[in-house]
Design a binder for this molecule. Structure first.
Ligand code: BG6
Length: 244
């Protein structure tokens, strides 16, 4: 059996600390793209309740009444439905505006994909993609390479990407396909050496075995929902072995 998602050996399982690995949920803000003073919102720091549970599917809920976050006083209900089927891990987000005024949010499924060796891993599907470079004050650039490889820190918000992005892991002889719906954008992140060393909940060498591909509502602009309106976004992670 192989692990397909990465969880750091130094991850801290003590709320409100976000877990360094798996799929933290950035909501109601991705990065600093919103009114909150700390990045990635607060959904990843709080406990959800389990509302439905079957062996292959779980439905989680976060009912927010607008009171605990001064910078985000707007109520919402967030449902996350996670299911496993064959070689697929499906995650669905449903946001309901339960407040009396429009709800505006950005979001991401901050998916930590495990790779065998970042030096040989490639990301396919973003060629000619426009991105905001987090390492250059969000300056906009275009990816010229057919496939994105890694030889240093990468932190990019790709805008309006295709809905299928693949992580090719030749050393592990596998391909992980990320298929998204509802999320226009995608983040690609690897902290590399210096940033890895600066994170207390991440091993110094672990940047070699992970890569984040994050379906997002981010640089293309936020979503605004009228009172009572609902938004849905989905991610389907599929695993295939490959000889490449
Ligand atoms: C990514 C961001 O989504 O998350 C990066 O683009 C950030 O800038 C990374 O460093 C990790 O964020 P955090 O808050 O979990 O350390």
């Amino acid at each position: 059996m192989q692990e397909l998602l990465f969880v750091s050996e130094k991850a801290i399982f003590a709320p409100p600390k976000a877990i360094r690995g798996g799929v933290p949920l950035c909501f109601p803000q991705f990065g600093m793209m919103g009114p909150m003073p700390s990045q990635h919102g607060f959904a990843r720091n709080v406990a959800f309740s389990v509302v439905e549970q079957e062996p292959w599917r779980v439905k989680l809920a976060l009912e927010y009444d607008g009171s605990s976050q001064p910078a985000f006083p707007h109520p919402f209900t967030l449902h996350v439905i996670i299911s496993i089927c064959d070689n697929h891990l499906l995650q669905e987000l449903v946001v309901l505006n339960t407040g009396p005024s429009p709800l505006t949010f950005t979001a991401a499924l901050h998916t930590y994909i495990r790779v065998t060796d970042i030096h040989t891993a490639k990301v396919r599907g973003l060629s000619q993609g426009r991105y905001l470079d987090n390492l250059a004050a969000l300056q906009q650039s275009t990816q010229e390479e057919e496939e994105l490889g890694f030889s240093g820190e990468v932190d990019r918000v790709y805008l309006s990407t295709p809905n299928t992005i693949q992580v090719i892991d030749p050393s592990g002889k596998r391909v992980v396909t990320v298929s998204k719906e509802g999320f226009p954008d995608a983040i690609v992140w690897n902290p590399w050496i210096a940033k890895a060393a600066s994170m207390a909940d991440f091993g110094d060498e672990e940047y070699k075995v992970m890569l984040c591909i994050e379906p997002a509502v981010a640089g293309s602009g936020p979503v605004t929902l009228e009172p009572g309106a609902e938004w849905q976004g989905k991610q389907d992670l599929a695993y295939q072995s490959s000889s490449a």
